[in-house]
Write a protein that binds this ligand. Structure first.
Ligand code: NAP
Length: 176
């Protein structure tokens, strides 16, 4: 399983239930990575999307609310239901795409994180856990890029020991 996120310095990811930055090349990168794949998100992120569900992707939305419905998405109510649903897909095709509650809960299960590091300290009200403090290491990182007055880079981080979502199974064989 993969995680894809854009973070500011100190891992800020959002404010007022929206994104922190307007970075068209990051949106393009997100689209290129996730198109025709499976995206997993929390209800707040789903409801914040300007166009929902994300087109040409299998959208899986987490909510505890059993009365919540929306067209064109798969709804799951807890991590067990999510993991059962994810059995249907190739784990390399699954992308956790926010928000903080969902990133933080699923981070340990992800093998790869596609992270856009934005060199900016804009105030955020939503942060995720520091990936490098949670076992991930940077495998690749682009040069510094510039757009809309922001400096940023695209990085690929790996988690050498992703957790299995099936109890008692060998992590390296069954990790997402
Ligand atoms: N920078 C980025 O790359 C990026 C990407 C995505 C989102 N964001 C930002 O992140 C912010 C939203 O993040 P957030 O943490 O507030 O919300 P979120 O993770 O998007 O959604 C939280 C909601 O998801 C449901 N949920 C979460 N964990 C669950 C679980 N284990 N089982 C069942 N339901 C679960 C709950 O819905 P119910 O309350 O209905 O139960 C919860 O209230 C926004 O500012 C958004 O713009 C940033």
């Amino acid at each position: 399983m993969n995680l894809i996120v854009a973070v500011s310095n100190n891992y800020g990811i959002g404010k007022n239930n929206g994104l922190l930055f307007n970075l068209p090349s990051d949106l393009k990168y997100f689209k290129a990575k996730t198109l025709n794949k499976v995206v997993v998100m929390g209800k707040k992120t789903f409801l914040s999307l300007p166009k929902r569900p994300l087109p040409n992707r299998t959208n899986i939305v987490l909510t505890h609310d059993r009365s919540f419905t929306a067209l064109g998405i798969i709804i799951v109510h807890d991590l067990n239901e999510l993991f059962a649903e994810l059995e249907k897909y190739d784990s390399d095709d699954v992308f956790v795409c926010g928000g903080a509650q969902v990133y933080n809960a699923l981070m340990p299960y992800c093998k790869t994180a596609f992270v856009t590091f934005i060199n900016d300290s804009a105030p955020a009200d939503t942060h995720i856990n520091n990936l490098e403090e949670n076992g991930f290491y940077i495998e690749e990182q682009s040069e510094m890029l510039h757009e809309n007055g922001l400096d940023f880079s695209f990085a690929i981080l790996r988690n050498p020991m992703p957790k299995s979502f099936q109890k008692g199974q060998n992590e390296t064989t069954f990790s997402l």
